[in-house]
Design a protein around this ligand. Structure first.
Ligand code: ZN
Length: 349
């Protein structure tokens, strides 16, 4: 089981109100539990934002004998079975790990040939389908059933890139949008899930994840972000005094070793400059760095006359490097040019 799906499994006993954020989506789904829900919903949002977690909770509400607008009651046999992952009227069709697409044969055998069979325990049958895994052929196979589903069937599709869906799929489903969470919400989830995580590290993960909880949780399981963050913030603070030779050997080697994370490292560097911008204007503001590093930051800002204009130029240098990397430019040239340009910008008075 992948890390993310193990997190999702752990979420299965939550009611809507226990899922952090996504209030609008929860309200819409909750309201439809109390009326006659439609036959096909499409949960749209960035990967890792919690679409499947919410869809599972909604499925529980759809199958539950006594649903409220907060989802399933959590006590009836339907809720118990779905929490245990054994409800006979609930099926998931997900992209198998390592595969590019869900096989059309699986769409046929697991969904199309199953929808006509009556439910066993609940009044409905619910199918959760990872539509990101459906190529055009798979979508076409599903289309007819989606157009005229049996009365007892509800489809829950999740997708991060809806532009890959056929217009006919989009027009047959009710879209429910999940937005990235607020930084504080991601922070809250991280601290709840992992009590050993320090306040400082949780803040960094929350900031870096752009509001995507699944991504933040994945980051917090590995070490690279924290160590690279330390490395680049030290580097930026040392830039004015670092020699050109060191820059083009040791420092370059660090970038070369972390090549696979290069876009992330550039984002981290940009976060350091953002911190410097805040620190330059409001020296007392809270800082992602510890106190000791913050003192050093204040000194560097003063000595090298860092101001908003200078920081904007540094960020522009990072953007240029980011674009060149995306366009498959020569890596060594991109990094060395960037480092020299940053050194020049960071050093002059
Ligand atoms: Zn229930």
């Amino acid at each position: 089981m992948s890390y993310l799906s193990s997190i999702l499994k752990r979420c299965e006993n939550m009611a809507f109100s226990e899922l952090i954020g996504q209030n609008e989506a929860k309200e819409r789904l909750g309201a439809s539990l109390l009326s006659e829900p439609g036959h096909a919903f499409l949960l749209v949002g960035p990967a890792g934002v919690g679409k499947k977690t919410l869809a599972r909770e909604f499925a529980k509400g759809l199958l539950c004998s006594h649903p409220t607008k907060d989802g399933g009651c959590g006590k009836c046999p339907n809720c118990t079975y779905i929490s245990a992952g054994t409800h006979p009227d609930y099926k998931e069709l997900l992209l198998p790990s390592g595969e590019k697409n869900i096989k059309v044969a699986d769409v046929r055998s697991k969904i199309l040939s199953d929808v006509g069979i009556m439910s066993q325990i609940a009044e409905r049958k619910v199918y959760l389908i990872d539509a990101d895994g459906l190529a055009e052929e798979g979508q076409n196979a599903l289309l007819k059933t989606l157009e005229e589903p049996p009365k007892h069937v509800v489809f829950l599709l999740t997708v991060s890139d809806e532009s890959k869906l056929l217009p006919t799929i989009l027009s047959r489903t009710v879209s429910v949008r999940l937005l990235p969470n607020k930084e504080e919400e991601v922070y809250e989830v991280l601290r709840k899930r992992n009590e050993e995580l320090s306040e400082e590290d949780a803040k960094l993960y929350a900031k870096f994840s752009n509001g995507v909880i699944g991504y933040a949780l994945g980051l917090s399981e590995s070490n690279w972000l924290i160590s690279d963050w330390e490395e680049v913030s030290d580097l930026i603070l040392r830039l004015p005094e670092i020699s050109r030779t060191e820059l083009l050997t040791d420092v370059y080697n660090f970038f070369d070793e972390e090549r696979e994370h290069f876009p992330d490292i550039l984002s981290l560097m940009s976060m350091v400059y953002d911190e410097m911008a805040i620190c330059a204007t409001v020296p007392d503001s809270p800082c992602l760095h510890g106190e000791q590093k913050k003192d050093k930051m204040v000194t560097v800002i003063k000595q090298n006359h860092f101001d908003a204009a200078k920081i904007a130029k540094c960020n522009a240098i990072l953007t240029t490097a980011q674009k060149a990397f995306k366009a498959n430019g020569n890596f060594e040239m991109i990094v060395c040019r960037m480092l020299l340009a940053l050194k020049k910008e960071n050093s002059n008075g």
